[in-house]
Write a protein that binds this ligand. Structure first.
Ligand code: AVI
Length: 330
């Protein structure tokens, strides 16, 4: 696919046209926005791994607590009968959370296979090698793809196997309401009666707690957000001056949306060589980079109902910050 502004056939093959097109589209609209998947280059993924350990970022600890505390409940839900099941981990990453369940299921001699799905081939290779070394007889079938495409491209499952899709980490929060509904409807369409989806939802709570999670003292969330500009400098030959931008994250309790912005402090221009595009910024102008939605129970129930699922379990940490919710295809 040619990049606009370049003569046909003269496109640098090293430039990712998906990135280029997303950036052109995002920076030429008003207000400016860049899709949040751009945050996850190698450095962004490393920064996010560090964010998960921050004292303010309660989400990961809350989710670990639930997975550890309710291991037996998960197994009973996944295997209420003798039927084997297939665990599909969407956005499995380093698989740390899933390993809590895998370990427990192994210790109970559960009959299951594991299909980790991730857009990062490197993360998948590492996870698969690690699992095969640890449990040589566990069947692991990695799929390198994005969540939605992966749903219709999964390896064929043996007859009589229940499918259990894990969508952990509050990744659903990074979807707009329309995207979330589309995603769960697609899930439903690709599953069969009796199949399950386990989703992690960050719940609405005191706004100051949420605000702090995205404005950490150590400045890692700031670095994570600004790294996006660094990525564009490297991949698209842009000349963003990172010192000219600020991180601004705010939480709207009325909508449950935490929104992340990059703010241009002075009025200035940026040139993106690969797009042959000059972008002007007013002083104080924003680029919207991420939405992290927080859910109410009613909102989750509505999402389940509108996509066709029935909720069969609602598991929270002891502070009620986070929920793992099991949806069943009926
Ligand atoms: C990956 N996702 C669920 C994180 C979140 O909380 O929305 C990404 C993140 N952004 C800033 N901090 C963490």
């Amino acid at each position: 696919m040619a990049i606009l502004g370049h003569p046909a056939g003269a496109v640098d093959p090293a430039i990712d046209t998906t990135v280029a097109e997303a950036v052109r589209q995002g920076l030429t609209q008003s207000p400016k926005r860049l899709p949040s998947w751009l945050l996850y280059d190698a450095e962004g993924s490393r920064l996010f791994a560090d964010i998960m350990h921050l004292p303010e970022y309660y989400l990961t600890r809350a989710e670990y607590e639930i997975l550890e505390q309710y291991q037996d409940d998960f197994l009973r839900a996944f295997q209420p009968d003798e039927k084997p099941f297939r665990l599909v981990g969407l956005g499995s990453g380093d698989g740390l959370k899933t390993k809590i369940l895998l370990e427990h299921f192994r210790s109970r001699q559960a009959r299951f296979t594991y299909v980790p799905v991730d857009i990062s081939g490197e993360a998948l290779r590492q996870l698969t090698a690690d699992l095969r070394e640890r449990w040589p007889d566990l069947v692991v079938e990695p799929v390198e793809d994005d969540y939605v495409k992966a749903l219709s491209n999964l390896p064929k499952r043996p007859a009589g196997t229940r499918q259990v899709v894990l969508f952990l980490g509050s990744n659903v929060g990074n979807f707009t309401p329309e995207e979330a509904l589309y995603f769960y409807r697609e899930l439903y369409r690709n599953l069969q009666p009796g199949d399950l989806v386990v989703s992690g939802f960050d719940l609405q709570k005191h706004p100051a707690i949420i605000h702090a999670a995205y404005n950490d003292e150590a400045g890692l969330t700031r670095a994570f957000n600004l790294n996006l500009l660094h990525r564009l400098n490297r991949e698209l030959g842009a000349d963003f001056d990172l010192a000219a931008f600020d991180h601004y994250e705010t939480y709207f309790p009325e909508t449950g949306e935490a929104r992340s912005y990059l703010v241009s402090c002075p009025a200035h221009r940026v040139y993106l060589k690969a797009l042959d595009l000059t972008v002007s910024f007013e002083a104080g102008e924003i680029i919207h980079t991420e939405i992290s939605r927080k859910f109410s129970r009613a909102g989750i129930e509505q999402l389940a109902a509108e996509s066709g699922f029935r909720i069969t379990a609602w598991l929270t940490d002891n502070r009620g910050y986070f929920a793992e919710v099991i949806f069943e295809v009926v």
